[in-house]
Write a new protein. Structure first.
Length: 79
């Protein structure tokens, strides 16, 4: 799978919970929600990404920090 550009704050709208998969998604400005995946290549740092149009797109550090913060809040307080 090809790796594309990063998802930046200009693309990002919100983080959400997908009830069906019990995973987290992000909504982008194209009004679509994308499942968040984590990959840890051998010998490299783990990174979060989505799959859009058949391509892996990493989350930028700022977006990743926001997503992780919102996930912690969901897990602490619920929906």
């Amino acid at each position: 799978m090809e790796i594309e550009k990063e998802i930046t704050l200009d693309d990002y709208v919100l983080t959400n919970i997908n009830i069906d998969t019990k995973g987290y998604t992000i909504r982008l400005k194209d009004n679509e929600e994308y499942q968040i995946y984590v990959k840890k290549p051998r010998g490299q740092k783990a990174y979060d990404y989505i799959i859009k149009d058949g391509k892996e797109i990493k989350l930028s550090k700022k977006v990743r920090d926001i997503v992780l913060s919102e996930i912690r809040e969901y897990e602490r307080y619920g929906i």
